[in-house]
Design a protein around this ligand. Structure first.
Ligand SMILES: [Zn+2]
Length: 226
């Protein structure tokens, strides 16, 4: 895809906005779409779920590149972890990963971008989705420290992040690791799952948050914030 074929910022609209009244509602939909993604693609194994296999299954092209600050929108930080470009009508969908990122971060970025696409496919008609160009960048550093604030101010990225957490670490795995009797070696478990320790901690936080909202349990202090 050449540069002048890329959609401009203005062409990004209109895209459907996430409309969840709270994080739990969003979490449920993210999990439903993650489960559908495993089932559709045959990625049903519990461990090391493979976003590259999912991209291939859906026909998305994956690239690795070193992002050049000059290619980024002017108001963005000087570093990007990934980008997603979907052309109008041709059906071409490209996900580019920052090649200097470690594998766990690349896997998360891939799952994040696929999460955006899952959202749009779910909330647009086939014709609308085909006709709409999309171009987004992911910067992990853009995420505010406060989870609720992130949900309120950037629901698209919050959803894509949630999809990535749900896809990379299914509920059954989170439930096993959330056992209060268990002392978790975060480093080892994260290595096994091929995710960063931060992703694993966040995923357990979301697991506890959902439990707390089901009035079954409250999050332990360690997971009070991410
Ligand atoms: Zn994003």
């Amino acid at each position: 895809m050449t540069n002048d074929q890329l959609p401009t910022e203005k062409q990004l609209l209109p895209l459907p906005e996430p409309h969840f009244s709270n994080r739990i509602e969003l979490m449920k939909e993210a999990r439903t779409l993650a489960q559908r993604a495993w089932l559709e693609s045959g990625q049903v194994s519990d461990l090391c779920l493979n976003p590259a296999g999912l991209a291939e299954f859906y026909g998305y092209t994956l690239y690795e590149d070193e992002f050049n600050p000059a290619d980024l929108p002017p108001d963005s930080p000087l570093y990007a972890n990934s980008s997603l470009v979907k052309a109008a009508d041709s059906g071409l969908i490209e996900i580019t990963l920052e090649k200097r990122d470690p594998i766990p971060r690349q896997r998360f970025s891939m799952a994040h971008e696929i999460g955006h696409l899952m959202w749009f496919r779910e909330h647009m008609s086939k014709d609308e989705f085909r006709a709409t160009p999309i171009r987004v960048w992911r910067h992990a550093a853009n995420r505010p420290l406060d989870d609720e604030e992130y949900f309120r101010t950037n629901p698209h990225d919050y959803f894509a992040d949630m999809f990535a957490h749900m896809f990379l670490i299914p509920n059954s795995t989170a439930a096993r690791l959330a056992d209060p009797e268990l002392t978790i070696d975060f480093k080892l478990e994260a290595q096994r799952l091929k995710v960063s320790e931060e992703t694993l901690r966040n995923r357990l936080y979301y697991y506890y948050l959902e439990l707390a909202n089901s009035s079954i349990a409250t999050p332990p202090k360690d997971f009070a914030s991410v």
